[in-house]
Design a protein around this ligand. Structure first.
Ligand code: SAM
Length: 309
């Protein structure tokens, strides 16, 4: 991870077209530097999730609802996304929403970018042939070979890459809305996102950093919550899950103490379509399930800031 981090001075300086070429024009485009009007719903307030969920994964092969007025922008962020299982699962579930996986480790970002490229290439072939959904085991094994060829030290969880026993369903037309970027989330979030931009943030199976002197590296802390509250819109949701009870207690105590987040009752979560993905779709979450570990989930809503009224 010695590769220097590249970050924009402010969110408008980021060239999002590199991550979502279907949705943005490059900053240096010859005669038009504006974003394309091919926009996802940038207005996904809490209620919009339901609408999208009703349409379901197989609802449409078109990932865009053309809307000339609303510029595209990222709405979901997966903090410490690892190998990207969450994004791949969410992409067809929220086909009109742009989501980004943020990860500090170069090797994982490279892997996820190639995984997404492969999914996009595969879906283009499929769409050209007008076929329906297909199994994509081949794509995954191809990626694992590429990673193996990198000849780098084995990363934590890398054995996951060779786990080709599973069969995934590819839903054509739904992978243009996900991307991965390398970032230290503890440092540069407001450089990428405007105030109130995000409607969902995922902190799934974060590194526990057990030792007290390492606690400052934890992804949830009073300082970090202030940044999360800044980039999240009122009504937005933070999803947190871990298999480490100590980290769960730590996270819940910090979130409970933070004035701009309130706990969502478990009962309410039952109807949230993102929850099954949060619990089951990440590589780390699958590993925990295989090892028959416990999973502790807590979700919090960003509430209105009384100081802003
Ligand atoms: N969320 C994924 C999952 O559930 O499979 C990955 C979990 S893994 C235990 C934690 C990930 O967070 C690692 O890939 C690590 O590199 C990443 N990470 C830790 N600190 C980070 C930071 N400050 N910024 C970005 N990523 C970070």
């Amino acid at each position: 991870n010695d590769v220097p981090l590249d970050y924009p001075v402010n969110p408008d300086e980021e060239d999002w077209s590199k991550l979502y070429p279907t949705y943005f024009r490059p900053h240096n485009a010859a005669c038009d530097t504006t974003k394309r009007p091919l926009s996802p719903s940038a207005s996904n307030e809490a209620g919009a999730d339901e609408t999208l969920a009703k349409r379901g994964p197989a609802a449409s092969s078109s990932s865009s609802t053309a809307n000339d007025k609303v510029p595209a922008q990222v709405e979901f962020a997966d903090i410490g996304c690892g190998y990207g299982g969450l994004l791949v699962a969410l992409a067809p579930l929220y086909p009109n929403t742009l989501m980004v996986g943020m990860e500090i480790r170069t090797k994982l970002v490279d892997y996820l970018q190639r995984r997404i490229e492969a999914l996009r290439g595969f879906q283009h072939d499929l769409l050209a042939n007008k076929s329906g959904s297909v199994e994509w085991v081949d794509v995954r094994s191809k990626l694992s070979l590429e990673i193996a060829a990198l000849d780098q030290p084995k990363a934590e969880g890398e054995e996951e890459l060779h786990d080709n026993g599973e069969t995934h369903r590819l839903v054509p037309g739904h992978y243009e809305n996900i991307a991965a970027m390398r970032i230290n989330c503890q440092k540069y979030l407001p450089n990428f996102f405007k105030k109130g931009q995000l409607s969902k943030m995922f902190i799934l199976f974060a590194d526990p950093h057990f030792k007290r002197r390492k606690h400052k590296a934890r992804i949830i802390s009073a300082t970090m919550l202030a940044e999360y509250a800044y980039v999240m819109r009122t009504g937005g949701i933070i999803y947190m899950i871990t298999d480490v009870k100590d980290l769960y207690d730590w996270s819940v105590s910090h979130l409970d103490a933070f004035p701009l987040f309130e706990r969502i009752p478990d009962e309410e979560l039952k109807s949230d379509p993102a929850i099954p993905c949060v619990v089951n779709s990440t590589e780390e979450g699958k590993k925990v399930a295989r090892n028959k570990g416990s999973k502790y989930l807590a979700c919090y809503r960003r509430i209105e800031d009384p100081a802003e009224n």
